[in-house]
Design a protein around this ligand. Structure first.
Ligand code: ADP
Ligand code: MG
Length: 310
């Protein structure tokens, strides 16, 4: 489903006070499920009436949610409110000047939009939606604890995931074909815009068997380097491989695990199985999983300091 970036529709109407109010809701959500109106007013340094009036507007624009059946009047940030704060921060830091309202990528866990930097460069802005609408996939984010002692916070989780993906891209982009990261803020990651087509979007007839075999070789070559470096993708599929004019890129690193992580062995095996199956099913490219696995298993061992030479 293509979703519009609601934050952008509200954005032109927002004053500095509105951003202070949103920030007040955000910060207090660490301690409250529903943030008391008084706390927001105090944070924004305005009287209750003014805060309540602006919060009414923010509610109409879909940036906050209000509740009054809990013994007091409380507010929550919506995902659109969170987007708004991330966009504002990225723009204040001079990372992006503008962002498009139409979505470029529809993924499982994120919405991706085109942004423009102050120097006119096109970038991809990826907003994590995990914990918001796609709670069913939570379990697949290895190494991230979704429930703290107090409550599950999608703000906290989606921010952790953005940070995690930024870190993966920063580690990998010098050594392998992944998008170059530019910045992250809250649940958003800004990265190099990749011109290309996802493998999943291609029709089977777009590639000959020989071309498909070359693509698979390149993907395996890149992935092997990455595993030797110590990282397992763990969501490898046709949806996360982009074909550019002259090469491939592997995207969507939010779920990566290091090879030190106990489950990385099974995750790597699954990644390779999914990959080989896709190429066999769509282009009849035959690769023996055992042979491929042997090579990757050695790289996996090597990255853990358990290789032959040690
Ligand atoms: N750097 C990028 N440049 C261009 N398009 C991108 C970029 N990153 C992601 N996309 C597009 O957005 C989609 C979703 O992004 P992805 O990182 O795969 O997140 P998800 O976890 O939602 O699958 C991708 O399938 C792709 O079409
Ligand atoms: Mg994806």
């Amino acid at each position: 489903m293509v979703s519009k970036l609601l934050a952008l529709e509200a954005y032109p109407n927002l004053r500095d006070l509105d951003f202070r109010i949103l920030r007040g809701v955000e910060l207090n959500m660490r301690h409250h499920k529903w943030v008391p109106l008084e706390d927001i007013a105090r944070f924004a340094r305005v009287d209750i009436e003014t805060a309540s009036f602006r919060l009414g507007k923010l509610d109409n624009w879909g940036l906050v949610r209000r509740r009054s059946d809990i013994g007091y009047i409380g507010y929550q940030l919506t995902i659109h409110g969170y987007d708004t704060l991330a966009i504002r921060a990225l723009s204040k830091k001079g990372i992006i000047d503008a962002i498009s309202t139409t979505q470029i990528g529809v993924g499982k866990d994120a919405d991706v939009y085109v942004g423009i930097t102050p120097s006119g460069e096109k970038v991809a802005v990826k907003f994590n939606r995990i914990g918001g609408r796609t709670s069913s996939r939570k379990a697949s984010y290895h190494g991230i604890v979704f429930r703290d002692k107090h409550h599950t916070s999608w703000l906290y989780v989606s921010r952790l995931i953005a940070k995690k993906e930024y870190e993966a891209l920063a580690l990998l982009s010098p050594i392998a074909r992944v998008p170059r990261p530019i910045a992250w803020n809250r649940h958003a990651v800004v990265m190099e815009f990749v011109e290309g087509t996802e493998l999943a979007e291609l029709r089977d007839t777009d590639l000959t068997k020989e071309e498909a075999a070359q693509v698979l070789d390149r993907v395996l070559e890149e992935y092997l380097k990455i595993v030797r470096f110590g990282i397992v993708h763990s969501d490898m599929s046709e949806f996360n491989i982009v074909l550019t004019d002259d090469d491939i890129l592997i995207i969507d690193w939010a779920q990566y695990v290091t090879t030190a992580y106990p489950e990385s062995y099974e995750l790597l095996k699954r990644d390779l199985t999914v990959l080989l199956n896709a190429f066999r099913r769509r282009w009849r490219v035959e690769r023996n999983l055992e042979d491929v696995w042997k090579e990757f298993y050695e790289a996996w061992l090597e990255s853990r300091g358990e290789g032959d030479g040690d």
